[in-house]
Write a protein that binds this ligand. Structure first.
Ligand code: SAM
Length: 397
């Protein structure tokens, strides 16, 4: 099979991925839960003279019968059809042609222009500065090495202590993925993606493509490099951009995902209108956000802000009103404050110089993270902050 060949209804070879070492990553990634449907149990793939077969078994079990240095022409795009009909056919992915082509939702020129011309208000500059650590990627790599991780085989779980920067981390991400209903055929936008932990997890668990944007150039650079390290860059892409000025056409994403960014955004209506604009009609958005109390400001510093000049919390009912004013309708609205309180219940006031783990979110926002976590505990217990998860819909066909 040559590049561009299509087995009717089944497999499209959309690029030559070169060496088996590259492809090995992709095999690992195809073990995503969501791509193991009934189709997966019978999947079988023959890729060329020197690579006999890749077998997709049920569950997470993948085997291959080839040598690592085999030249190959593997499939990059495989349709989600009910059953493979030949040994050269396999149904592992949904139809995701944009993975190996330039991302059609991203107008590169528009993006470049908007980034260059982006107007940063004083508050955005402070936020940008806050989320701009030095040499973050190398720090993370050193942390992984200190933990004895094999850098050629880093997993999502290995990075979880540093790359899921929101309350209840990975546990919350998995709950939100369940809530989202996102499917492998979708292209989802992650707004305020940080260094991309939940962006990658979302793609890994659902099989969908995800594009992440964040205000921090440093975070985006790290997000990109970590994604390459995990061999996921065909599915997950990143761009430095403001949530208030998204560099995308109208109606171009099937879903939107945004975890704990609203706290840094003063103009919430502008952000939500931008989100609404880029979402296709009928699409859904998942938000997981910290809200505030009308009369009681938080104790600072907190993980998202050094002080009140970069933190803009509104009470849940105000947040709800802004969401609907932007055009969304609310499908699910859950107050998760009690779970957040439990998650932080053991956090104590730090005393003495900080003892920091090899990997942690202190790398993202500073070594006073324990003070920030303790203040977050107090804020949650005193109900100065609340934690809301919500699923929103854009009216459509
Ligand atoms: C608490 S972190 C959450 C990161 C990520 N969503 C996660 O859960 O790991 C907040 C993120 O929002 C980003 N952010 C803040 N204001 C933004 C804006 N106006 N546009 C884009 N990103 C923004 C920050 O740079 C930061 O990465």
């Amino acid at each position: 099979m040559m590049e561009g060949d299509v087995c009717p209804g089944e497999v499209k070879i959309s690029r030559n991925w070169g060496s088996m070492a590259d492809w090995r990553h992709e095999i690992r990634l195809t073990g995503r839960k969501s791509v193991h449907g009934s189709t997966m149990e019978r999947a079988q793939l023959s890729l060329g003279p020197n690579l006999e077969a890749i077998w997709g078994m049920s569950g997470k079990d993948f085997r291959r019968s080839s040598s690592l240095d085999s030249p190959i022409h593997p499939c990059a795009t495989i349709r989600n059809t009910p059953k493979p009909t030949s040994v050269q056919s396999v149904a592992m992915f949904s139809d995701t042609p944009a993975l190996s082509a330039p991302d059609p939702a991203v107008g590169q020129e528009t993006y470049a222009n908007s980034r260059r011309d982006m107007v940063m208000t004083e508050e955005m500059k402070r936020v940008h500065q806050y989320y701009s650590p030095n040499d973050l990627y190398n720090q993370i790599i050193s942390g992984l090495e200190e933990l004895g991780k094999d850098l050629s085989n880093v997993t999502l779980d290995d990075l979880q202590p540093v790359d899921e920067f929101h309350i209840r981390g990975d546990t919350a991400t998995k709950e939100l993925i369940e809530l989202s209903g996102f499917t492998p055929d979708m292209h989802v936008l992650d707004v305020g993606c940080g260094i991309g932990g939940s962006t990658r997890r979302l793609s890994h668990e659902t099989g969908c493509r995800v594009t992440g944007v964040d205000l921090s150039d440093e975070y985006i650079d790290v997000a990109h490099r970590l994604t390459r390290l995990l061999g996921m860059n065909e599915w997950v892409r990143f761009h430095a951009a403001s949530a208030l000025e998204l560099p995308f056409e109208d109606d171009c994403f099937d879903g939107v995902w945004s975890l704990q960014m609203n706290m840094n955004v003063n103009d919430k209506l502008a952000w939500l209108k931008e989100t609404f604009r880029v979402l296709k009609s009928g699409g859904r958005a998942v938000l997981y956000e910290v809200c505030g109390h009308k009369n009681s400001p938080p104790h600072y510093p907190v993980p998202w802000a050094q002080d009140g000049s970069m933190s803009f919390l509104v009470p849940p009912d105000t947040f709800h009103d802004v969401i609907t004013a932007a055009g969304f309708y609310v499908i699910v609205w859950n107050d998760k404050t009690d779970l957040a309180q439990k998650a932080f219940a053991q956090v104590t006031e730090p005393a003495g110089p900080p003892e920091l783990p090899a990997l942690g979110v202190y790398m993202l926002v500073g070594e006073d993270i324990k003070t920030k976590a303790f203040n977050l505990r107090r804020n949650l217990e005193e109900e100065r902050v609340n934690l809301i998860e919500t699923l929103l819909g854009k009216p459509g066909p």
